[in-house]
Design a protein around this ligand. Structure first.
Ligand code: CP
Length: 321
């Protein structure tokens, strides 16, 4: 693997390879000595132009558990505030010896620009760009769903036969977009539920069903319900109901939680707006996988860094195709 930019670029075989390597990584995390020597001598740069808790710390933990050196860059407090460009910032970090650059950026397409620019030779991992894509989040979500439903028999399995419903601010969600492409590539049936104003205009081109009524979606008995954060900071011109109206109509409260099938699970990528899209009763229930998602994120990111920096490349990747 040369870069990881978007789950749209992954076919079923690529996706299963990452999930299966993540299984191996998760197994190593159960050992007394969790650190592996695999990436000794490699340098991973975390280049974060947008705030993050889970993704940044998880990539740092993943790189360190593989014995890579880690350089953390945050745009806040850097020379970006003096007008330094993405090109100059990236080339400065490359000059310090970066082998992989993990980038989060507010502009959709920034990781693709970096990977295709020729400015740097390092592999690029998209850690979330604008409203476009968040591939490692989708991979850790798929890993979590697979683990919960198939347990020890997960390896090599796709998600065929499972029904996943994604609820909330689809319009602004890179998590939703990346999950739609990955989950459907893996054979899951995906339904989106949102207020009409928070559904993207191009949704008819997506391989999903769209409905507007959460109670109808819950009555259909999904295997996994993924609640999305309402992104008030990106709301701009989109019409948004009042927070109270939103939580009453599209929030996962205790009654809706109780109406889900007994073996269904509840995911949330975090950070959560407790009391808005998800109640404390749902977030803290045994059905919730929120903290499993965080833990699985380290294994999935270990797998991605391993495949990027130590994995074999296909002929097309070697040729830069
Ligand atoms: N899920 C996620 O991307 O969280 P952070 O913004 O905290 O990284």
């Amino acid at each position: 693997m040369r870069h990881l930019l978007d789950t749209k670029d992954l076919d079923r075989r690529d996706a299963l390879r990452i999930l299966d390597v993540a299984e191996d990584m998760a197994a190593t995390q159960q050992r007394e000595v969790r650190k592996l020597p695999t990436l000794r001598g490699k340098t991973v740069v975390n280049l974060f132009f947008e705030d993050s808790t889970r993704t940044r710390i998880s990539f740092e933990a993943a790189a360190k558990r593989l014995s890579a050196d880690v350089i953390n860059f945050s745009a806040k407090g850097s020379s970006v505030s003096k007008g330094e460009s993405l090109q100059d910032t990236a080339q400065t970090l490359q000059a310090m010896g970066a082998d992989a650059v993990v980038i989060r950026h507010g502009a959709s397409g920034a990781p693709q620009t970096l990977a295709g620019s020729g400015w740097i030779s390092a592999g690029v991992v998209n850690a979330g760009d604008g409203t476009h894509a968040h591939p490692t989040q989708a991979l850790l979500d798929a890993f979590t769903i697979r683990k919960r439903f198939f347990g020890e028999a997960s390896r090599g399995r796709d998600l065929a036969g499972l029904r996943v419903t994604i609820v909330g601010d689809i319009l602004h969600s890179r998590v939703a977009r990346s999950n739609v492409w990955l989950l459907t590539t893996l054979g899951a049936e995906v339904t989106l539920v949102a207020p009409p104003t928070l559904v993207p205009q191009d949704v008819s081109a997506w391989p999903v069903r769209v409905i507007y009524d959460l109670d109808e979606a819950i009555a259909a008995g999904p295997d996994a319900l993924m609640m999305l954060r309402i992104q008030l900071e990106r709301m701009n011109a989109a019409y948004f109901p009042t927070e109270r109206e939103y939580s009453r109509t599209w929030g996962l409260d205790a009654a809706r939680l109780g109406a889900l099938p007994a073996d269904s699970i509840v995911l949330h990528p975090g950070p959560m707006n407790r009391g808005m899209e998800i109640s404390a009763a749902a977030a803290d229930s045994p059905r919730s996988t929120v903290l499993e998602q965080v833990a699985n994120g380290v294994s999935v990111r270990m797998a991605v860094l391993y495949l990027l920096l130590a994995g074999e490349r296909t002929e097309a990747e070697e040729d830069g195709r």
